[in-house]
Ligand binder design. Structure first.
Ligand SMILES: [Zn+2]
Length: 162
């Protein structure tokens, strides 16, 4: 999936989580976007890969594309690391939600992800699409609509509280 789809995916997922939690929704969304971009550090052409080209080159050389950084192992390692390093819950949770949304979206592509890295099997959903396809455009539109709906719900809740 393309960077924009991942960004909107991260926003949608963290807004969905915000419906049920007391964490600051703005912090959740900000962290969700960062988390949604993070796994593609294994890809030099990605938004985050272009921002940190040296790290991207290192990760690509060591692990390859869509392997370690798209796995449960990475997700769990990041959970532990964030828990230790960042005392503010909404940031850690937002990043993890964003990362999870990225992995799920990439599982909708033909290539799939190495979810169980170091096992080399690629995991994908039964229905998949190609990165940059028309279907991805539709997914992006649906996610945007969901984001607007979730934001609306949060605003209503906020107004009710004052
Ligand atoms: Zn990816």
């Amino acid at each position: 999936m393309q960077g924009n789809t991942h960004i909107v995916g991260g926003i949608t997922a963290s807004l969905a989580f915000a419906q049920f939690s007391n964490d600051n929704p703005l912090v959740l969304v900000g962290a969700g976007v960062i988390g949604a971009l993070l796994p593609d550090i294994c890809h030099r052409g990605s938004k985050i890969g272009r921002t940190f080209p040296l790290i991207a080159k290192l990760v690509t050389t060591v692990f390859g594309h869509r392997s370690f950084t798209h796995s449960l192992l990475f997700l769990i390692s990041m959970m532990v690391l964030l828990h230790m390093l960042i005392p503010y819950r909404a940031i850690s949770i937002g990043i993890i939600i964003g990362m999870a949304s990225h992995i799920i979206l990439d599982m909708c592509t033909k290539k799939g992800v190495k979810l169980f890295f170091p096992a080399t099997v690629s995991i994908r959903f039964p229905l998949t699409t190609k990165t940059g396809s028309k279907v991805e455009g539709v997914v992006l539109m649906l996610l945007s609509m969901l984001s607007i709906y979730f934001s609306y719900e949060l605003i209503v809740r906020f107004i009710d509280a004052i």
